[in-house]
Design a protein around this ligand. Structure first.
Ligand code: ADP
Ligand code: MG
Length: 487
């Protein structure tokens, strides 16, 4: 057995030997494999710092020029909320996995109440004609409104904020042209179209009594919602199906919109769309990119796009894990003599399984045993289950460490390190993946030094729904004051 520097590691493996009268045939091999994958998915502190510095440069380029890989999209959301915004607003959130309709009651003291319905989006719906997808959205809003208000609300015309979590180009707050689909969507006749107009059209056709006031990205919504509740929040991140961040930039620092002649002392939220970091040329993450990342990338419906996201987001971590397992099946290391067709199915291994594997509370890893048995009809040995846990940790840790680079890059760009700030985080990876937040915090310290502790993360619950409502309220107020035709 090769020597391991990690005492915890050794004890796990010697325990594995004790569990069985005679050592299992694959034990040594699996131990070596575990070490191999720990190394493969390890990103050193030095690499984190290097990636972060490159990231800062990429953020600046996106602010300077149009059509950059990380597009740094102006959102036309000007400045922070006051916390006093009030009223009832509807919001529709088209995420990567679910569609949510919310009624948000802003209370005007940094507090809000939210009532929501969730609808699952099927894989067929991700590929049917775009207008059909928006028809489905309109129907969901209609059902929600009718359930909550009955038909008496049909003359009221509620204000609807649309949270659309894909990269859009905006010229105004109620206009958004889709640059490209991400997160596995590929609906035809949508890229290059104004998705606010497409939804407006569907709402009209379905006779839904609402007015579409704004189209925003979930990350921008999370930024504003989190700041509404906790004014120390200066950055928002999404760690869900995909990954992204938004922050508030000085208009004077966005040279690419100088031609709009906006007041230079204003601030505008920027939707970074930084899941696209390192796309196409793959030069910044080159040293940490594995053949599994490459495989996922090349077999996705958008090869070479969203390179950073594909290494860290919920849609992909389970798939990376599954690809490693398939490799080991091919090598004759795992599941010898068993039918493996179920686990050979692409994307059959949900990232939620990695969470389960990492948190199995039983000594014999019985949760892991059950998971493989019931979802994949596979029997597992104890030493294999230990290996799965090590592998989950390696993949989950890499995700969190790389995630910290994006946050650290914004902190550096905005000089937030000394004063510190809070990062509002949304998404199942952040809220449900064990240790994800701790791993991000450790990595922030590794990148930024001891002051990295000044950067805190905080759960931004229901950010996209509430944020959209706060932005609708801010927009209404600015329109009433007659500020900016671009609103
Ligand atoms: P959306 O991106 O649609 O807003 P979520 O934030 O819930 O939705 O993210 C969904 C992603 O999170 C999916 O890719 C799923 O695999 C992953 N996920 C769901 N539950 C867990 C969990 N318990 N642990 C880790 N990942 C999870
Ligand atoms: Mg979401």
């Amino acid at each position: 057995m090769p020597e391991s520097k990690d005492a915890h590691h050794i004890s796990l493996y010697s325990r594995a030997s004790n569990c069985f009268d005679k050592p299992h045939a694959g034990e040594d091999v699996l131990h070596q494999k575990a070490e191999h994958f720990q190394k493969l998915f390890h990103v050193s502190d030095e690499q984190l710092r290097d990636i972060t510095d490159r990231f800062v440069g990429v953020l600046r380029e996106g602010l300077e020029h149009e059509k950059q890989t990380v597009p740094m999209l102006p959102t036309f959301v000007f400045g922070w909320p006051t916390g006093k915004e009030k009223g009832d607003y509807l919001s529709l959130d088209l995420g990567g996995t679910n569609l949510r309709v919310c009624l948000v009651e802003l209370k005007g003291n940094g507090k809000f109440e939210i009532t929501q319905s969730k609808f699952r989006i099927t894989s067929e719906q991700k590929h049917e004609d775009g207008q059909k997808l928006f028809d489905f959205c309109a129907q969901c809003v209609k059902d929600f409104v009718e359930n909550h208000y009955g038909s008496c609300a049909l003359h009221e015309n509620l204000s609807l904020g649309f949270t659309f979590s894909y990269p859009i180009v905006q010229h105004a707050i109620d206009h958004g042209e889709l640059i490209r689909w991400t997160k596995g969507f590929g609906n035809p006749n949508t890229e290059g179209h104004d998705c606010a107009a497409m939804l407006r059209e569907a709402l009209k056709r379905h006779e839904v009594p609402v007015v579409l006031s704004s189209i925003i990205n979930d990350t921008t919504g999370t930024l504003i919602a989190s700041n509404y509740v906790e004014p120390d929040t200066k950055i928002a991140c999404i760690f869900g199906t995909g990954c992204n961040a938004a922050y508030m930039e000085h208009v004077s620092e966005i040279p690419k919109i100088a031609h709009l002649h906006l007041p230079q002392d204003e601030d505008m939220a920027i939707n970074c769309e930084y899941g696209a970091f390192d796309s196409f040329e793959h030069k910044h993450l080159h040293d940490v990119r594995t053949k599994y990342d490459e495989y996922i990338d090349l077999h996705s419906n958008k090869p070479h796009e969203q390179a950073y996201e594909k290494m860290i987001a919920g849609l992909y971590l389970g798939e990376i894990f599954r690809l490693v397992l398939c490799d080991l099946v091919d090598d004759g290391v795992l599941f010898l003599g068993q039918e493996t067709y179920k686990i050979e199915k692409p994307f059959s291994f949900d990232t939620a399984f990695l969470s389960l594997i990492e948190t199995d509370p039983t000594d014999e890893l019985l949760t892991v045993m059950g998971l493989f048995k019931y979802f994949f009809a596979l029997e597992t040995e104890y030493n294999e289950r230990i290996f799965f846990r090590e592998l989950s940790r390696a993949i989950g840790t890499r995700s969190a460490r790389l995630s910290a680079c994006g946050i650290a890059a914004i902190v550096k760009k905005m000089d937030y390190l000394d004063a510190g700030c809070t990062v509002g985080c949304d998404g199942s990876l952040y809220s449900k993946y064990p240790n994800f937040a701790d791993r991000v915090h450790h990595s922030l310290e590794a990148i930024l030094g001891p002051k990295g502790r000044n950067i805190k993360t905080r759960q931004a619950e229901d950010g996209s729904g509430a944020g959209s409502a706060v932005i609708a309220a801010m927009t209404k107020s600015r329109k009433e004051k007659g500020i900016y035709k671009n609103l």
